[in-house]
Write a protein that binds this ligand. Structure first.
Ligand SMILES: Cc1cc2nc3c(=O)[nH]c(=O)nc-3n(C[C@H](O)[C@H](O)[C@H](O)COP(=O)(O)OP(=O)(O)OC[C@H]3O[C@@H](n4cnc5c(N)ncnc54)[C@H](O)[C@@H]3O)c2cc1C
Length: 392
């Protein structure tokens, strides 16, 4: 199998690299490492994302009629690889990646006209309101209710773990619209304005001590009838389409490679007991093992990209990729911490922290990678049932 890129694709990759060189601040991700929750990072990420939007690059793989450039999926893949390699400050990635394709599949013409341009330009930030305090893996048991009242829906309930909810302009959410129907058949999908009265967002502090996600409370929230996406009580089936796109993780190998490159550099420069870490056989073997795993994850992500390039909704190859890459990132963080020893505990971005504390931060935040977007156990269940045809 020949995995090399054509001359044209390589030239395109260079174009993206030139763009990144011109647009990213000096020392980005090297001497300048920002906390992704800092106001400075969010401001920069909004500006950078809107620059992508202005070029049409944020949604380049979408059809032109919806604000895309109709790029072949592979071109979009190369761009994602380069953005991840550079750790480009992008915000609102759920719009192009999984909400937009869902609206393109199921939305009315009016909804496409209303919502897709804001996503494509990188102007509107969306939060995903699926999980509830008692409904995560068993998402279809969700209890937030939406009831019809004249020309409106009235929504009551609570969501939790809602990433970036404290910045979001809009929410795509699930609510129960028929409490008497079997649980999967009584759910509908809504698109609503976060400024609607009755919505309260309360940030939660994550393991790294930052505001990653939120609780969202809905108290008699009135939204217009056309906030409903697709058919009433068919929300579950649309939600699973969104999740299939969400779990694709095609950019993860490039991100992992960037972190491995940092660790290799660190190993070459750091001396312990009279020799560099790079000369220590135990360190070399661990780093070599990670390099092999990243190659495996690249192959898995090519499989997902191949199905997306055919315009298919990704099948069980997406959860396979998600499980492997999220667990691999945890292993990379563990190896990094072992290499740094006690220095690994120095906090992110503090003076003496090796690699500016990027590994310390990764060690903490990667814990959630095997929970967010569906746990590893749930992904393995999906692979067993839909991929291998095993019984439920
Ligand atoms: C960083 C982060 C960001 C998130 N962002 C969002 C967001 O933006 N929007 C949103 O809606 N949600 C979000 N979530 C929520 C996420 O989707 C849920 O946490 C996840 O689906 C698990 O649900 P739960 O936390 O209720 O755990 P539970 O479902 O209670 O699971 C507890 C444990 O039981 C296991 N388990 C449960 N059922 C089974 C089963 N059938 N077979 C085997 N094992 C099982 C699970 O694997 C897990 O280990 C986020 C979560 C995290 C960590």
């Amino acid at each position: 199998m020949d995995f090399s890129w054509s001359a044209e694709e390589e030239a395109f990759r260079e174009e993206i690299r030139d763009f990144l060189k011109a647009e990213l601040p000096a020392g980005w991700n090297d001497t300048l490492v920002l906390d992704k929750e800092d106001d400075e990072y969010i401001k920069l990420a909004k500006e950078f994302t809107q620059k992508l939007g202005a070029k049409g690059w944020f949604t380049a793989h979408w059809p032109e009629e919806y604000g895309g450039l109709n790029w072949p999926f592979w071109q979009h893949f190369i761009m994602n690889e380069e953005m991840s390699t550079a750790d480009a400050p992008i915000i609102g990635g759920n719009g192009p990646k999984f909400l937009g394709p869902t609206i393109i599949h199921y939305g009315s013409d009016e909804q496409k006209e209303q919502f897709l341009p804001g996503i494509a330009k990188g102007e509107d930030l969306w939060v995903q309101g699926y999980s509830e305090p008692n409904s995560g893996s068993d998402l279809a048991s969700l209890q937030t209710r939406a009831e019809e009242d004249g020309d409106e829906w009235v929504i009551n309930g609570q969501k939790i773990w809602s990433s970036y909810g404290h910045y979001a302009d809009w929410c795509f959410m699930l609510a129960r619209t028929d409490p008497d129907a079997p649980k999967h058949r009584g759910i509908s999908y809504f698109l609503l304005d976060m400024k609607t009265p009755g919505i309260t967002v309360r940030p939660l502090i994550n393991i790294a001590g930052t505001k990653g996600f939120n609780e969202i409370f809905f108290e008699n929230v009135r939204v217009p009838k056309d906030a409903l996406l697709g058919e009433k009580n068919r929300g579950w089936y649309m939600a699973t389409t969104t999740l299939s796109y969400e779990r694709t993780a095609i950019e993860a190998p490039a991100r992992a490679q960037r972190i491995l490159n940092d660790l290799v550099r660190y190993a070459k420069l750091t001396k312990r007991n009279g020799q560099t870490l790079a000369e220590d056989p135990a360190v070399r073997q661990r780093l070599a093992q990670l390099a092999i795993e990243i190659d495996v994850s690249r192959c898995l992500s090519y499989r997902v990209a191949t199905s997306q390039a055919r315009d298919d909704i990704p099948g069980p190859e997406a959860p396979a990729n998600k499980v492997f890459t999220s667990e691999m990132i945890q292993r990379i963080a563990q190896v990094g911490m072992q290499m740094m020893g006690l220095y690994g505990q120095l906090e992110f971005n503090t003076k003496w922290a090796p690699l500016k504390g990027k590994i310390e931060r990764l060690y903490l935040t990667s814990v959630s990678g095997t929970i967010a977007g569906g746990t590893s156990e749930i992904q393995r269940n999906i692979i067993a049932e839909r991929g291998l045809g095993l019984p439920r």
